[in-house]
Design a protein around this ligand. Structure first.
Ligand SMILES: *Cc1c(COP(=O)(O)O)cnc(C)c1O
Length: 371
């Protein structure tokens, strides 16, 4: 017998492992300051309260602390008074919440619906359970969910429907009437994975939230992360919100002491740091407007964003563009792996970063026009 024969045949090699770090890039020559606008991180850095809490906690790191996540849940409920701890499940990152869900509901032969271009991590998590990915692409004009298309794609094997709202990498959102229609018309033995990790940045009045449906006892799981607005991508913390029934099922999958002590105190204190959060949200809103104006001047096609990044469509080859930007010290994200071969995703920075970005874009676009 060969060892290969006991490997699960549906576990496939991964060609995706998230965005590059600064250290992984060979910058040519002296290009000055490097701006990482490729991973939707918070340009203001982590919450100072969270940082202090981590440092204070370090001396007790030899102990098993926090047998459970009740203090974190309490802090989340204080931030969002709609919720009780029975609505919450926490995990090491938003991605791990997604993984609890795929482990909980999938097995070989089942199906999930996702809508490209979207977050790349869904695919491998679904395939790791032996289930099949059914892609119902977003409407190509405005990158909203093709609601009727999703409903038509449902079969008896469908277990999960992924809705990313606002969507990554396009920054666009699908409005409440459309999501209402989708959720109210799906069969009751399907779970909707409602990934709303960018909701803090949304300001559309008709933006639907996961809780709108959870309070009606729909099978919706909202996915949340501390990596985006809270600026704690490196700490790995996220949580899911849902009905008490779904939550108690997901809780059964979790291993003990799943959240490390530093992560736990970082999350609790980031939630308390409303000042840092508000600063982050208002910076993104005002810089977004400024960038729209600059993109308009350069005649760059972009989609209005409900997130902390902007998706643009390129007239030149994606790789050429990414490399030209790198040569000017700007890291952005090519979106071919997300299912958008002509798209690039750019995280909104502070004014200094955004000016460097616009300067690079101006040079590249002007040069492209002459050559
Ligand atoms: C960033 C992101 C997540 C989760 O990120 P974590 O760092 O794992 O918490 C989930 N979904 C989408 C769409 C994201 O962009």
């Amino acid at each position: 017998m060969d060892i290969n024969s006991i490997f699960k045949e549906y576990i496939k090699p991964k060609d995706y492992a998230g965005g590059l770090t600064k250290d992984e890039i060979d910058f040519v020559g002296d290009i000055g300051k490097i701006w990482k606008l490729s991973s939707n991180e918070n340009i203001l850095g982590p919450s100072p309260l969270a940082q202090q809490a981590i440092c204070k906690c370090l001396e007790n790191i030899h102990e098993y602390d926090f047998r459970d996540d009740s203090l974190l849940k309490k802090a989340i409920c204080e931030t969002d008074t709609n919720l009780t701890s029975k609505n919450l499940v926490s995990a090491n990152s938003g991605v791990e919440v997604l993984e609890l869900i795929t482990r909980g509901f999938l097995s070989p032969g089942l199906e999930c619906i996702i809508s490209h271009p979207t977050f790349v991590a869904y695919q491998s998590m679904i395939e790791n359970e032996g289930s099949k990915v059914i892609n119902v692409p977003l409407n190509s004009e405005n990158y909203t969910i093709d609601v009727q298309g999703v409903l038509d794609a449902v079969t008896e094997k469908t277990r999960l429907v992924f809705i990313t709202n606002p969507n990554n990498p396009t920054g666009t959102y699908t409005d409440k009437p459309s999501i209402d229609y989708l959720i109210y018309n799906l069969p009751k033995d399907i779970v909707i994975v409602y990934d709303e990790v960018y909701f803090h940045f949304s300001d559309a009045p008709d933006f639907p939230r996961a809780f709108d449906y959870i309070k009606e006892n729909q099978n919706v799981i909202g996915v949340h992360s501390f990596s985006k607005a809270y600026g704690l991508a490196g700490i790995r913390l996220g949580y899911g919100i849902s009905t008490p029934k779904i939550i108690s099922y997901l809780e059964n999958i979790k291993r003990p002491f799943i959240i490390n002590t530093l992560t736990m105190v970082a999350g609790i204190n980031a939630l308390k740091d409303t000042n840092h959060l508000q600063k982050t949200i208002s910076l993104i809103r005002s810089e977004k407007k400024w960038l729209y104006q600059e993109f308009d001047k350069l005649n760059i096609k972009y989609w209005p964003s409900q997130t902390n990044f902007i998706f643009i469509e390129l007239k030149m080859k994606l790789n050429d563009f990414v490399n030209k930007m790198l040569n000017r010290g700007i890291m952005i994200r090519p979106c071919d792996k997300f299912g958008a071969p002509k798209g690039a995703r750019i995280t909104i920075g502070n004014r200094e970063a955004n000016m460097a970005l616009v300067k690079a874009l101006t040079k590249i676009y002007m040069h492209a026009e002459i050559s």
